[in-house]
Design a protein around this ligand. Structure first.
Ligand code: FES
Length: 108
């Protein structure tokens, strides 16, 4: 298997209802993960890119969170529909979807 060009990490960490930090799963992280999987499947992108479900990456309050490496780009407040734009514009096109990029100053 060739090394993927990029890795997409989607947070599916889950905390109990009422936890003060909340969690990406409670905000829809699993639906975002499934939307990426659908895009990859439909466009035959598995292998070229890797899709990884992961635990908490830190900025829980901005979730659902996904990160694209090696670009070190974090996406915030994702909805399933954003997976298509990120796949097309960032993974394939090479340009991050700025309206969803988490700026360094947003890290809390
Ligand atoms: S729970 Fe997803 S970043 Fe913390």
């Amino acid at each position: 298997m060739a090394k993927p060009e990029k890795f997409v990490y989607v947070c599916v960490n889950e905390r109990p209802e009422g936890h003060p930090k909340g969690s990406c799963t409670l905000r829809g992280g699993r639906e975002v993960l499934m939307a990426f999987a659908k895009e990859f499947e439909q466009q035959d992108l598995f292998g070229r890119f890797a899709l990884v479900q992961t635990g908490c990456m830190g900025p829980c309050f901005e979730g659902p969170i996904a990160a694209v490496f090696p670009d070190n780009v974090f996406y915030r407040d994702l909805a399933p529909a954003d997976a298509a734009a990120i796949t097309k514009e960032h993974l394939i096109g090479g340009k991050p979807v700025n309206r969803k990029v988490m700026e360094d100053r947003d890290w809390k």
